[in-house]
Design a protein around this ligand. Structure first.
Ligand SMILES: Nc1ncnc2c1ncn2[C@@H]1O[C@H](COP(=O)(O)OP(=O)(O)OP(=O)(O)O)[C@@H](O)[C@H]1O
Ligand SMILES: [Mg+2]
Length: 168
């Protein structure tokens, strides 16, 4: 984690807005992007990945659900989306054993729920997405760039988000 990286803080007043933020990120996402999602149970990590899938042009009939039992789900879109959930693995998750390590080096977008379990294995230049429950329908989402590539991405996302924060 890079505490000094560029940050974007978004207060999302509904699941729809959370999905819209993530959809914009998906539109801008380059191959190889790693997104580390953290936040309490029910904070919206999977909801965020649903929006991400939309932005990556994953067909709408591929419904994104939490891969809690399969650990990894893959969806074909503009770029393949690899969606992992490390909740069941807990601290010190072995990404190699679950087959995730090899996906980090490929041309996919990799989104990892409960990413703190594998913090040591993540590339430095990943995008951290922290979700906080700030109300029944309200989530504060903080995106933090870990390096040069995610910094550029976050700059572009911030520009889009400020330009058009209320569109459907
Ligand atoms: N602003 C919001 N953004 C995202 N989700 C919201 C928001 N407001 C309410 N919700 C609701 O909170 C729930 C979030 O569930 P979700 O499965 O996305 O969380 P999660 O973080 O993936 O949980 P888990 O840790 O169990 O995997 C959904 O029911 C969603 O509709
Ligand atoms: Mg989830």
């Amino acid at each position: 984690m890079n505490p000094d990286g560029r940050r974007l803080v978004c207060d999302c007043p509904s699941p729809m807005v959370t999905r819209r933020l993530a959809r914009e990120l998906g539109r801008l996402a380059p191959p190889g992007l790693v997104i580390a999602l953290t936040g309490d149970l029910g904070s919206g990590k999977t909801t965020f990945v649903q929006g991400l899938a939309q932005g990556l042009a994953v067909p709408p009939d591929c419904y994104v659900t939490s891969p809690s039992f399969t650990l990894i789900n893959e969806y074909q879109g503009r770029i393949p989306l690899c969606h992992a959930d490390l909740y069941r693995l807990g601290e010190g998750a072995d990404l190699e054993a679950v087959g995730l390590l090899e996906r980090l080096d490929q041309d996919a977008v990799v989104a990892i729920e409960w990413a703190e379990a594998a913090a040591a294995d993540l590339p430095t230049d990943h995008l951290a997405v922290r979700l906080e429950i700030t109300g029944e329908q309200q989530r504060r989402i903080t995106l933090i760039a870990g390096g040069r590539h995610t910094d550029i991405l976050l700059r572009d996302l911030a520009a889009e988000w400020r330009q058009d924060p209320f569109s459907a």
